[in-house]
Every structure is written in C-alpha cells, then in structure tokens.
Design a protein around this ligand. Structure first.
Ligand SMILES: [Zn+2]
Length: 480
C-alpha cells in the first residue's frame, strides 16, 4: 500500500472519529500531550526513523477520546488514538512517552501498510470499516462481543494485531525514540510493570491496550536489558511530577462524568489523611476536585479547592500555569464576575499582548472571556489573535469554531459562516463545509454584501474555498 493510499484510508477513519461523541478536543490535555508528542516526532526525524516523505505525507495527529478504557492505538496515515483512560493511569510523562513512542514506531516502520497489504483482497473501504468496528468493540466489551459474533469484526481484530516481530521492532525503535527525545528510559519498564499488574487482575476489558499488545516475558526481559548498566530496576511506579498528577486527574474527571464519580473527588480532598500524602498526589486530588466541582456547577466549592491547590503548588514553574488556567476556567464557568473582574481575568490571560506565541489553552480561554465581555475592543483583539494563530495552523477546528462565534458576536455573518465551514473542513467533513459555504454565498446574494471592497474580498474567498472543497469532496466520494 502506498503512503498516499494509506493516508487516504487514515483520513476516512479520522473523519468518523471526529464525528464520534467520544472525540474530545480539550485544549489543556491536548497541549500537555503535544508537549510529549512533538519531541518524540523530532527525535524520530533525527534518528532517521521518520523519513521526509512520510513526514510530509502523513497527518501525525493525536485524537483524544473520552473513553475510560486504557487504550492507545496507531491508525493508518499517521493518526493516533489516545483514550483519556490511558492518560489517567500513567504515572509520569515518561510512561506516556513510552506508549506514544511505541505506537509512533508502528507507523514509521510501516507495520500498518504491511498488515493491510497482507489482506489485499479487501478494498480500503472495507478495511476502514473493519478498523472502526474493532475500535467500537474495544470501547464497550459487551457490545463488542455482539459485534464479534457478527463475524466481520473478528477479522478486524486480527487486522489490528501486529505480529510478535512487529511488536519487538516497535519496542526497540520506540525505546530509541523516547530516550533520544530526553525521556527517562525507566518509563518504558515501569509502564510494562503497570500493564503486567493489570494483566494479573481479572481482565475486565478495561485494558484493550493489553489485548492488542500482549506482554510476553521475552518482551519484558528485552526492555529491561536496554536499561543503562547499573541502573537498578525498581518495580515501584515512577513518581509523578505535580503537572502530570494534575493532568492525569483532569483525564480522570473528563472520562468519568457521572455525578457520583464527580462527588467522590470532594470526599477525597476532605479526607484528613490527604495532607500526609506526597505533594504531587495532593495536587492531583485538589485539581480533580476543583474541576469536578465546575462540572457539578458548584463554583464556591471549586474556588475553595482551587485556593488550596494554589497554596500547595506555589510557584512550581511547570505546574503554576496549569493552575492559573484552571482558575480562569472556574471563573468563566461561574459567570458571576463583574465586567471589570472579567476584564482583569482576560488581561491575566495575555489578552492585552499582541505576542504571537500564545499557548493554545490561553487562546481558547481568551475567546471564552471575550464572548462574556462582549465589547468591541476585546472581541477585535481576540479575533486578531485567532486569525494569526489560524494563519499558521489552518487545521485547528476548535480555533475556527471560536472564531466563528466571535465573528457572529461582531455581526459579521459572512465571515462567521466561512469560519464554520473551515471548522468542518478541518475535521474532514467536506459535505458539511460545502453546506456552510453555500449558505455564505446565499448570504452575499441576499444582502448585497459584496458592495464594499472589504466584503468583496470575503465573498471571493468564499468562492475560492467552495471550488477547492468541492474538489476535495469529489475525491473523498471517489474513494468509496
Ligand atoms: Zn504495538
């Protein structure tokens, strides 16, 4: 299978995953994961594992899923799925890097295209459907069994299973990539320990990652032998950093939204034993409790937890920023700030700066704050920040969505429709994008909007995008 065909197959699968209600673009978690993923990609390039051709051709995107099951999986075309369930159980960024490095290496070593080539009677369309079926099955073990009985998903499960040699290669290359990227080698081994412990427990289906990556004693011995001489392998889990503990707690809250689960966080932080725990663990509990309280719409409790968290974390440079973002989330969700207070919050999010290197969670929080302030100058500033961001990253669907909302607040209907179209296109939904662009064209006709030169430019952008996306949709339909 050529890399171009594999990418097309990956796009088809990704388009379905973007539509899945479990798909989640949480800017804070996505930012944390990117901080691990980008160094891994850079290391794979440096080592020559990632060729220039694949680098250019494939998507190299991570799709987060709200699912609670512990799973990460490589998909065709350089897409990777990562469940919040896995984020919630890893104890350090090094452990997460070991899983991502392994999955990345399945892609760079072309294991997927080799698997698909083996089953050459199937059309890519059928293979795509089978992979989606297997993913659905891995989410819900009960529904999964029903599907497997149905027949086709059974072979789909085999589709996703790499051979032992492939697993060994992904371990070897992944280990090289993660250590070259500066992560602790021990993370690879502690991750194995963690999976092995889970394997000893009754397999409740909560660890699909284990089923697709069976642990053999050989694999484990192999990994331990890679550790530098003299480093003692201790079976204890790695100590999480404060930031990691908070991000794992965030993943846990977002993947477990039931009221009882959310309430249990408060019980945890009210436990008199908590202050005796390691600081990172306390921070994780307080972060989770504050976030859970937002979900329960209890801003007083959220603020109380947040203040304890802030006092605990203090000026820890890695963690302070995440605590600040959480504070902004609490304030914006409470919607009880006065206008000057909201403005002060917006300023603290960097809204008055015209700097180009905003972090993504900050940009999205700015957009939320601007919607609440709803005043001309604030809207203008954030619209400019979003435009600058999107000029460099035109595939950021969430940023397009916020830009559409801000344009609507500015009564710029034509631009809002175009931004909505771009959000759909970024998630590979070209039919949805065309629908928005046609609505934009009708708007131009109905309002005579092209009479001024500025809106004439907007109208011609809409025409151009309509032609381009029509062509993309045609290509997408031909693939079937
Ligand atoms: Zn694997």
């Amino acid at each position: 299978m050529t890399s171009a065909n594999e990418r097309r197959l990956g796009d088809r699968i990704a388009r379905e995953l973007y539509r899945d209600p479990d798909y989640l673009d949480d800017p804070v978690l996505a930012d944390y994961v990117q901080g691990i993923w980008q160094p891994l990609l850079a290391a794979a390039r440096q080592r020559g594992d990632l060729s220039a051709e694949l680098d250019e051709r494939f998507a190299w995107q991570i799709l987060l899923g709200r699912d609670r099951t512990v799973n990460a999986f490589a998909l065709p075309g350089g897409y990777l799925g990562l469940n919040l369930g896995l984020l919630a159980v890893v104890s350090s960024r090094d452990e997460l890097a070991s899983v991502l490095g392994h999955e990345l290496s399945h892609v760079t070593q072309r294991h997927i295209s080799r698997l698909i080539a083996k089953d050459s009677q199937q059309t890519p369309w059928v293979i795509g459907a089978m992979i989606l079926g297997a993913l659905a099955a891995s989410k819900n073990p009960d529904a999964g069994n029903a599907l497997i009985v149905g027949g086709q998903a059974l072979s789909a499960q085999n589709q996703l299973n790499f051979s032992r040699d492939m697993e060994r290669e992904a371990d070897r290359v992944g280990f090289g990539v993660m250590t070259q990227a500066g992560f602790e080698a021990r993370g690879f081994v502690t991750m194995f320990d963690k999976l092995q412990q889970a394997a000893r427990l009754n397999d409740s289906g909560a660890y699909p990652y284990l089923r697709s990556h069976p642990l053999t004693t050989e694999r484990i011995a192999d990994m331990q032998s890679r550790l530098p001489l003299g480093s003692v392998h201790s079976p204890q889990v790695m100590t999480p950093t404060t930031l990691h503990a908070m991000m794992a707690a965030r993943a846990q809250v977002l993947s477990n939204p039931g009221v009882d689960a959310l309430r249990s966080w408060q019980t945890l932080v009210n436990d008199p034993g908590l202050p005796g725990q390691p600081a990172a663990q306390q921070a994780g509990a307080l972060y989770g409790a504050a976030l859970a309280a937002i979900r329960l719409r209890d801003s007083a409790v959220a603020r109380g937890d947040w203040q304890r968290l802030q006092a605990l974390v203090g000026t820890d440079p890695g963690a302070a920023q995440a605590v600040r973002w959480l504070g902004a989330e609490i304030d914006l969700a409470a919607r009880d700030l006065s206008l000057p207070q909201t403005r002060a919050l917006a300023t603290s999010l960097g809204l008055d700066q015209t700097t180009a290197d905003l972090r993504r969670p900050e940009l999205i929080l700015q957009a939320q704050a601007a919607m609440q302030i709803n005043q001309v100058d604030t809207l203008n500033t954030v619209v400019q920040n979003l435009q600058r961001w999107l000029a460099a990253r035109p595939k950021d669907a969430l940023a397009w969505q916020w830009l559409a909302s801000l344009y609507a607040a500015q009564n710029q209907s034509l631009r809002a429709l175009r931004a909505e179209a771009e959000a759909q296109a970024a998630r590979l939904d070209y039919a949805g994008a065309l629908d928005r662009l046609k609505a934009a064209q009708e708007h131009v006709l109905a309002s005579g909007a092209s009479s001024t030169s500025a809106s004439h430019i907007d109208a011609s952008i809409v025409d151009t995008r309509l032609r381009q996306i029509t062509a993309l949709l045609k290509e997408q339909t031909l693939d079937h």
